[in-house]
Write a protein that binds this ligand. Structure first.
Ligand SMILES: Cc1cc2nc3c(=O)[nH]c(=O)nc-3n(C[C@H](O)[C@H](O)[C@H](O)COP(=O)(O)OP(=O)(O)OC[C@H]3O[C@@H](n4cnc5c(N)ncnc54)[C@H](O)[C@@H]3O)c2cc1C
Length: 434
């Protein structure tokens, strides 16, 4: 039995703690704010809650435009924010019970580390000795070095808006920028997205970017290659002039590694450097989740936390970053593969989305989505998949599992029509080239 102390009860720390406790260790999980980390309290769940309302507004508008429904939606943003907070409050004790139910000792307070004595100190008072320490302290919004940056909101503040901004200027060009552009443009804001280089460049596909801007983001202007000079309390001053609106930063995150930065090696950005076992330069200290940088997603953070625990318990396991599915939550999910093995080197095939749940009523406007695969015709290996469909966030992970298990025979695969057809049918279609 080992004394394992874990700092941070976000996705990485919480899953690691439960896994370690179930494997009969003494586990202490320390959290300075709320259980669930940024995922429940500021990020994934808030985006998901707001995106559900946005989807409702967007569908209602479509039904009105088609003349099949007559309704007028009036949003109350303060109420939306209040209900999200109430829901988070309801979820936290459930997560706490789930965690402590496995035998984890859950401690609230701010942790610091004394690596010489191998103890974690909480709120400068209580001490928790460890055999092995796992650092899962996550990340915080990155505030770029721009004059007036204090005038901008970040993802941590979106529930503080008193009302829906008439104009919103989003600085950043990644998933978070796209998600907030979708949400607030559906809510009625005129949105400007300012990108330092290109929009959604992680998709590495300008035609998909164009599809998203033209078909999914309404009332949104995307500006690329913008240099930002200053942020004021009501605008952003750029090399192209002044753009007015409430300013929201979607400029990425920085790792919360300060408490160990003098104890373990960190890179230039402050990410804790780990090996494939999640072990740091100090053999008794492991790290997982956003604090080590990388793909910055909840399932990846959880996977890393559990890899760390396995290695702490001497079961040698390596983190596997091949074919990691990710999603941008818009009115259709934009799901795509990321990971070591993904490339655009093969042959590409694309089909428009089918009519089905969530897309039927867009058939008449031709906006049913898009699915693309890139395959190596010699080996038959799927290099990448991109799926813009209502259910792609569910279909793609299962597709990845099938690919990883080497099961490319979809002949006897029984689907639920019409949700998964796009990706699986495309794979079948490709088989004629093999
Ligand atoms: C706007 C936004 C939307 C996102 N949406 C998605 C999504 O839809 N899907 C997805 O997979 N990912 C999403 N992500 C990413 C996801 O939220 C993170 O990858 C994930 O939360 C990282 O988990 P973590 O446990 O490493 O860190 P965190 O969730 O950041 O948790 C770290 C915890 O450590 C605590 N802590 C820090 N320092 C100390 C200390 N000294 N003492 C005690 N406790 C401490 C913090 O309070 C925090 O609770 C999103 C991110 C953002 C910003």
């Amino acid at each position: 039995m080992k004394n394992i102390v874990i700092i941070g009860a976000g996705p990485a720390g919480r899953f690691a703690a439960m896994d370690a406790a179930e494997k009969s260790n003494n586990v202490t999980l320390i959290e300075k704010r709320h259980i669930g980390g940024k995922c429940l309290n500021h990020a994934c769940m808030v985006v998901c809650a707001l995106a559900d309302v946005a989807k409702h507004v967007s569908e209602s508008k479509n039904f009105n435009d088609l003349g099949i429904v007559e309704s007028q939606i009036k949003l109350n943003y303060t109420k939306i924010a209040q209900k999200i907070r109430e829901t988070q409050k309801r979820i936290r004790p459930i997560l706490t019970a789930e965690t402590t139910g496995t035998g984890v000792e859950y401690v609230r307070g701010e942790a610091t580390v004394d690596a010489e004595r191998k103890v974690v100190v909480v709120d400068d008072e209580d001490e928790y000795p460890y055999d092995k320490l796992l650092v899962c302290t996550g990340s915080s919004p990155r505030l770029p070095n721009i004059p007036g940056v204090e005038n901008a909101y970040t993802y941590k503040d979106t529930l503080k808006f008193k009302e829906i901004p008439e104009k919103l200027v989003i600085i950043g060009g990644g998933s978070t920028a796209a998600e907030y552009a979708n949400i607030f443009s559906c809510f009625g804001s005129q949105v400007d997205v300012l990108c330092r280089s290109s929009f959604l460049k992680m998709l590495d596909d300008s035609r998909t970017e164009e599809y998203i801007v033209a078909n999914l983001l309404k009332n949104t202007i995307v500006h690329e290659n913008v240099e930002i000079k200053e942020i004021t309390d009501r605008s952003v001053i750029t090399n192209y002039g002044e753009i007015e609106g409430t300013v929201l930063l979607a400029t990425g995150v920085v790792p919360n590694s300060d408490i160990v930065k003098d104890i373990v090696e960190v890179d230039k950005k402050g990410n804790i450097i780990v090996d494939s076992h999640m072990q740091t330069s100090n053999p008794d200290i492991y790290a997982a989740g956003d604090v080590i940088g990388g793909l910055l997603s909840t399932p990846v953070s959880r996977m890393e936390g559990m890899v760390a625990i396995n290695n702490i318990m001497d079961n040698e396991v390596e983190a596997d970053y091949s074919l990691v599915p990710l999603t941008i939550t818009l009115n259709y999910d934009v799901s795509y593969l990321k990971g070591d093995e993904v490339n655009n080197n093969g042959k590409e095939l694309a089909i428009p989305g089918a009519a089905g749940p969530g897309s039927f009523w867009n058939m008449l406007t031709g906006k049913t989505g898009l699915t693309k695969e890139n395959i190596d015709l010699e080996s038959g290996k799927i290099n990448n998949i991109l799926a813009i469909t209502p259910s792609s966030n569910i279909a793609l992970p299962y597709m990845v599992k099938a690919i990883k298990d080497g099961d490319a025979d979809f002949g006897n695969f029984i689907e639920i029509h019409p949700s998964t057809d796009g990706i699986f049918k495309l794979t079948q279609y490709f088989k004629r080239y093999l």
